[in-house]
Structure formats: structure tokens, C-alpha cells
Design a protein around this ligand. Structure first.
Ligand code: ADP
Length: 337
């Protein structure tokens, strides 16, 4: 069903995306070591990779890095990994005799410290005994104190573990690239080839078709589809969010307000200056000079070029803006609140 807010995992629930799904499945079947699935928040990355893993049908380990706090430690990472490894019986069996791992019932417990803890690289070597996909959702969240350890282990598996494929998704595309460091000479993953599948927003026609299909599935009238697409563009996550509430009887204005509050909440982690830059972009200020003037007006003092540049670049790396424009109309509305 389209109007279901959870990420889709069955192909019949996924609207369109045949091309991207095909590319992903081909890369998986070809045994590519590193695959990136990129696109802004709510564009459908989790859904597309879950459907791809289901269609592929083999063993996978899925890590949802949204659950990691900013300065996560090894204990946090290993506990996330333990949960992910526990979900598949074949993987539990594979790890049952590995030092530093104990499998109790359906739970895989990884030692994360002391003498006999299992390193990430060793863990990947063990997984390599069968073909396995390690899918890391929102992988840019792995940045932090353990960044090098994680990248070293992925680079090791890239070189030695032919059966292991890493499938990484990221909403904050610049941060994901920065984390991987494929363009950074100092990174263990420097220069490694990877396959990238990018999810773009749907065209107006596709967006309307998706909503009409979703409405029909729940027996709702088609009215409102055009207006919803006007407000939420071709971002499927927002279309599902809004469509669902609309068919439940909420007026569009109320749904827009709710969405914008949600976006505002998601912007809480931004710095004051980043939020000011977003406000200025929301006011339509384009170009460096106009931006600097606007932020200085807000702060009632001069702002150094480097500080402003950093704020702007961070927002770009987080895939919130590009060329002084928002990538998501809901965030744009939220910036005006
Ligand atoms: P992301 O991982 O990019 O943030 P999700 O896969 O979590 O996006 O999708 C966000 C929401 O949009 C979910 O409710 C999901 O069900 C819906 N969705 C995304 N893409 C599609 C699609 N192609 N067909 C149907 N629903 C979709």
C-alpha cells in the first residue's frame, strides 16, 4: 500500500523506481564491493534498498545508523551490529564459533572491548564465508571518533572479502562522501571504485500518479492530488505523509503546517548561523554578497567570510541547499517560521 509511512520492503508496494532498483540489483549480483544509494531525506532510499535486498533474496546485515549518537563509541556501534547480525539465522550460525562472539538463542553478542574482542575487519572476514550484503543506512552518521577504524575495516573487506558487498545510503550526501574519503588521499578508501545510484524526485506526472494510486487503494476521491503535489513536490516521503493525512480528513493547510513543524524539528541540530543562512535563502537572497548582508543584518555585526562559507558549505553537504536554493520545499517553508 502506497499510503503507508513505513519504508516499503515489498516490490508491489513501491511506486516506480524500476530503473534504480535494476541498477542496484545488477551491482549486487555482479558482486560490486561498494555501492552508494544517495538522495535527499524522504526520497525513498530505505524503501528502495529494502526492496532490492528482498528481491535479491540472499543474506544481509542491515545497520540503521540513525540510531547512533554523534560521538558514538565502540560499545554503541557493536550493540547496533549485534542487533543487525542477530536477525538472520544463517549469519548467527556463521558467527557461532568466532572468538569474541557469543550466540545465545537468537542473539549475537559481540565483545566490544578487552583482549578477545572481535575487530570489525575480522568480523567482515567471517561474514565473507557466504555472500552477504552489509547495508548501512545513513552511513554518514558513522563519522566520529571511530571513523578511521570503520573505514579501515571496509577497505580491508574491499580488498580481501570478495563475498561481502557494502551498500551505503546517505541523505547528507556531501557528508557521506567526506566520511568515505574516496577523493581524499589520506583515506583508506581513496580512489576505490564504487557504484552510485542516485534517487531523484518524481516528476509532476509521476507524483500525481503515485498519489492517485495511493488514494485509489484506500478508496478515496482524487480531489486534492494537484494541490498536494504543489506543496510537496516530487518527494515521495512527503507525498505519503501528506496524502495519508489528507485522506483521513485533514485540510491541506493543516497538513502543510504539520510537515513544516516536523522539518523545523529536524533542523534543531543546526547551528544558529546555519539557521540564519537558511532563513536568508528562504527570503530569496541569492549569491554571496546578498547572503553576507542578510546574515550580518540578522546578527547586527560583521560576519567573517570563512565562518559564513563554512555554514553554507555545511548546509550543502547536508543536502539541504544547493546554489542558494532549498532542495526540499517543506524545509523552505519551515525556515520562514
Ligand atoms: P529515505 O530513506 O530516503 O529517507 P524512505 O524510504 O524512508 O526514504 O521513504 C520515506 C517515505 O516515503 C516512507 O513512508 C516510504 O514508504 C515512502 N516512499 C518512498 N519512496 C516510495 C515509493 N517509490 N513508493 C511508495 N512509497 C515510497
Amino acid at each position: 500500500m502506497i499510503l503507508d509511512e513505513r519504508p516499503k520492503s515489498r516490490k508491489e508496494d513501491l511506486f516506480d523506481r524500476d530503473e534504480e532498483l535494476g541498477l542496484l540489483l545488477k551491482a549486487i549480483r555482479d558482486g560490486k564491493p561498494l555501492i552508494l544509494l544517495t538522495g535527499i531525506r524522504r526520497i525513498g532510499k530505505t524503501s528502495v534498498f529494502q526492496v532490492a535486498l528482498n528481491e535479491w533474496g540472499g543474506s544481509s546485515v542491515v545497520l540503521d545508523c540513525r540510531k547512533l549518537k554523534e560521538n558514538y563509541g565502540r560499545k554503541d556501534l557493536y550493540s547496533l551490529l549485534s542487533g543487525a547480525l542477530s536477525r538472520t539465522e544463517k549469519i548467527r550460525d556463521l558467527l557461532s564459533k568466532v572468538q569474541g562472539v557469543s550466540v545465545v538463542g537468537n542473539y549475537v553478542e559481540l565483545k566490544w572491548g578487552g583482549e578477545r574482542y572481535v575487530s570489525l575487519a575480522d568480523l567482515f572476514d567471517h561474514l565473507n564465508e557466504r555472500k552477504v550484503i552489509v547495508a548501512i543506512d545513513e552511513a554518514q552518521k558513522l563519522r566520529g571518533p571511530l571513523s578511521s577504524e570503520v573505514k579501515d575495516a571496509i577497505a580491508h573487506a574491499y580488498d580481501y572479502d570478495r563475498n561481502v558487498t557494502f551498500l551505503l545510503t546517505g541523505s547528507e550526501v556531501g557528508l557521506l562522501r567526506e566520511f568515505l574519503g574516496v577523493d581524499d588521499e589520506g583515506s583508506p578508501l581513496f580512489g576505490r571504485h564504487y557504484v552510485e545510484v542516485e534517487l531523484s524526485r518524481f516528476t509532476r506526472e509521476k507524483s500525481e500518479e503515485m498519489l492517485r494510486k495511493g488514494f485509489a487503494e484506500v478508496g478515496a476521491e482524487e480531489g486534492g492530488v494537484g494541490e498536494l503535489v504543489d506543496a510537496f513536490d516530487g518527494i515521495p516521503g512527503w507525498l505519503v505523509f501528506a496524502g495519508l493525512r489528507y485522506v483521513q480528513g485533514k485540510p491541506i493547510e493543516e497538513v502543510k503546517d504539520l510537515a513544516s513543524k516536523l522539518a523545523l524539528n529536524e533542523m534543531r541540530g543546526l547551528s544558529r548561523r546555519e539557521r540564519e543562512v537558511l532563513k536568508c535563502i528562504g527570503k530569496g537572497r541569492k549569491g554571496w554578497k546578498a547572503m553576507k548582508e542578510c546574515v550580518e543584518e540578522m546578527e547586527r555585526s560583521t560576519v567573517s567570510t570563512s565562518v559564513l562559507d563554512r555554514a553554507l558549505r555545511n548546509l550543502e553537504k547536508m543536502s539541504l541547499v544547493r546554489d542558494y536554493s532549498f532542495l526540499d520545499p517543506v524545509y523552505e517553508e519551515a525556515s520562514k517560521r
